[in-house]
Design a protein around this ligand. Structure first.
Ligand code: FHN
Length: 640
């Protein structure tokens, strides 16, 4: 009996061993075969393709975006589970446009092969589609959404017994920045991984050869910039906790003060920061682009850079703010721009290299700095690489100081990135006296300080609007600055000005969007812009109704007669107040085009502004008493 019992146990053991070996073989074999099966790559990056096809030794590289299922099959890939990530906006090596092409190509391929393949949006989709004997293609589209989805899919692969994956560099970074609730790398450790060596990152940033780079802005981008016309400038940092100006308190400061200034980063925790709310407000204000301070003169980085420890991810807040700003503003359809200060006080503070001035970059300094121990120039060029390759399609960079080597490096990475300050005139807090038919931009604060100030001495909304009109009439852009509060919210005074601007742009935005200067910028206090359309022009005359040509103050809700000597009307000409129904009277004679306009659009109730005693007792009036825009179609200039 006992012998019999030993024999049975032995058999079981051997059997078990066999099964184990079998299983090992199969799982090893399975892993091996699977290695060829489940490949996770973000297909907008050619590098991933190269990896894919080299692994699958499918010979020549297929054009990006063209996922050729039959070829994969040929290559022995069981395309049961091919995960594709098209992170269109988060990671455009080249630019978002390429990502969109990939997306379109992929969706078309799936449509054309719907009997064989099907889009899988969630893990459970994969199961259903595979069960139906079709190919499941998990496709994630929207930025943040992409992250969760991909993590979800990977968990699904895991549930399906997949034990290893090939992951290219981009995907890994993606998780790092996603802010997904998964602790960093958490998802990956769980699944085991083989990552293309970090060093590949550098190689994946293709730099245009020095002799091929065009050292000027892309003409198309320049037109887009000039059409955009109005942008939001944002100065923000740990200094906002004490309402001082950003960086400048370090100038001529005592060692003790510098220590205290830099210690502010240890308590910076903007828990009420909501980039989406900022973006919605900017959009409402009629803004078309944003320029956000990624690093100001104090050297504090609002992004998760590997080139410096003095960064937002080393504060109690610990999340990449630039990533959130880029994604949120892009989602609202605004163009994303990054402000960058070449002057870096922190470099000098840590290395002891003397600084020639807060805004003066030490490009010649070879003293190593930061975790990567880079020279000054390599440190800042590293930043430019990160800013242009890790946050989606970046429309413009704004270098606040000498920047030749950085500008060149930026154009070698992204030839079509638009450079604001550093390449175009950017007058600060003032408006040049005459029009210019090239790109320029006037940056202005809502008060006088760039970053948050508890008791700001504010500009009026009317002043901000009039500045915008004058800047547009002279062919420039206005970059209006706000300084968010330390908790992350836009301050009430700044929000009030943005909402006022939003109301004005809702009524009269057409007069400042996609316009260029007229032959004259203004005739007395009537400011002129034009929209070029073929032989004739559509002219916009923007003027204040609350006083007449003699400067006598009048109640804004009234009429205005004025004459334009530079304009020749045609039979088809129509004159109307933008946003108001009906048309205005006009006639043309040798003296010019005479217009009479009555403001009847009851938009806002305001206190009676006039000093006409007859009205004093009424004490309210229809307003707002902001400049009014009049549209004059089908006109020609009178050339004097
Ligand atoms: O010193 C900076 C200042 O803080 C702010 O950033 C402005 C914005 O144009 N630029 C510098 C002053 O010219």
């Amino acid at each position: 009996m006992k012998i019999r019992k030993c024999r049975v146990t032995l058999c079981c053991f051997v059997l078990g061993l066999l099964v184990m070996i079998m299983a090992c073989i199969s799982s090893k074999e399975r892993i091996e075969t699977f290695h060829r099966q489940a490949l996770v790559w973000d297909c907008h990056n050619d590098l991933s393709y190269r990896v894919l096809y080299e692994k699958l030794d499918i010979g020549q590289r297929l054009p990006a975006g063209h996922v050729d299922i039959p070829r994969l099959k040929e290559g022995g890939v069981d395309v049961q589970t091919v995960a594709l990530f098209i992170q269109n906006f988060l990671y455009p090596d080249q630019c978002a446009r390429q990502a969109r092409q990939l997306q379109a190509a992929m969706l078309k391929m799936i449509e054309q092969n719907s009997d064989q393949v099907e889009l899988a949006r969630t893990g459970s989709d994969i199961e259903r589609i595979v069960a139906a004997g079709k190919i499941a293609i998990p496709l994630a589209i929207e930025g943040g959404h992409a992250i969760e989805n991909s993590l979800e899919n990977l968990r699904e692969f895991h549930r399906q017994g997949v034990s290893s994956m090939t992951l290219t560099h981009n995907v890994t970074h993606d998780w790092a920045d996603s802010g997904a609730d998964e602790p960093r790398w958490g998802g990956l450790n769980e699944l085991g991984r083989e990552v293309v060596p970090e060093s590949n990152l550098e190689s994946s940033i293709q730099l245009l050869p020095e002799d091929q780079v065009r050292l000027s802005n892309d003409p198309k981008k320049t037109e887009i910039f000039r059409d955009a016309g109005l942008g939001l400038f944002i100065h923000w940092g740990p200094n906002s906790q004490v309402g001082s100006e950003i960086s400048w308190p370090l100038n001529n400061a005592s060692k003790e003060y510098i220590e205290k200034y830099y210690a502010l980063a240890e308590t910076f925790n903007p828990i009420k920061f909501d980039a989406a709310e900022w973006a919605r407000l900017a959009k409402l204000a009629g803004m078309e682009y944003v320029v956000f301070t990624t690093k100001h003169h104090d050297g504090f980085c609002m992004f998760d850079t590997k080139y410096s420890q003095f960064k937002i991810t080393n504060t109690p807040y610990a999340k990449d703010i630039v990533a959130q700003v880029a994604e949120a503003f892009r989602k609202e359809g605004l163009l994303v721009g990054f402000y960058y200060s070449p002057g870096d006080f922190r470099y000098h503070y840590e290395t002891g290299v003397p600084q020639q001035g807060l805004m003066t970059p030490a490009f010649e300094s070879e003293v190593s700095f930061g975790p990567e121990q880079k020279s000054f120039l390599a440190y800042e060029q590293g930043h430019v690489e990160e800013l242009l390759t890790r946050y989606g399609d970046i429309f413009m960079l704004w270098f606040d100081g000498k920047c030749e080597p950085l500008k060149k490096h930026a154009w070698r990475i992204r030839q079509d990135v638009f450079i604001g300050r550093g390449e175009i005139p950017t007058p600060e807090q003032r408006i040049p006296g005459k029009a210019a038919d090239h790109a320029w931009e006037s940056c202005m604060t809502t008060s006088w300080q760039w970053s948050y100030q508890p008791h700001p001495d504010l500009r009026t909304s009317k002043e901000v609007i009039l500045n915008l009109v004058k800047i547009r009439a002279r062919g420039g852009n206005m970059l209006l600055n706000v300084g968010p509060k330390p908790d992350g919210r836009i301050s009430d005074p700044d929000e009030a000005i943005l909402r006022d601007l939003g109301l004005w742009m809702m009524m009269y935005g057409e007069a400042v969007r996609e316009v260029r200067p007229w032959t004259v910028t203004n005739e007395s206090d009537v400011w002129l812009t034009q929209k070029k359309n073929g032989e004739y022009s559509t002219l916009y005359a923007v003027t204040d109704f609350s006083y007449d040509e003699e400067g006598t103050s009048r109640q804004p809700f009234s009429g205005r007669r004025f004459t334009l000597k530079s304009v020749k009307a045609t039979e088809q000409t129509e004159v109307s107040i933008l946003g108001q129904s009906g048309t205005c009277q006009w006639h043309q004679d040798e003296k010019g085009l005479h217009i009479t306009a009555f403001n009847q659009h009851t938009v806002q109730i305001i206190a009676y502004p006039g000093n006409n005693p007859e009205f004093k007792q009424r004490a309210w009036n229809w307003g707002p008493d902001w400049p009014v825009a009049i549209k004059i179609t089908k006109v020609k200039p009178i050339m004097r």
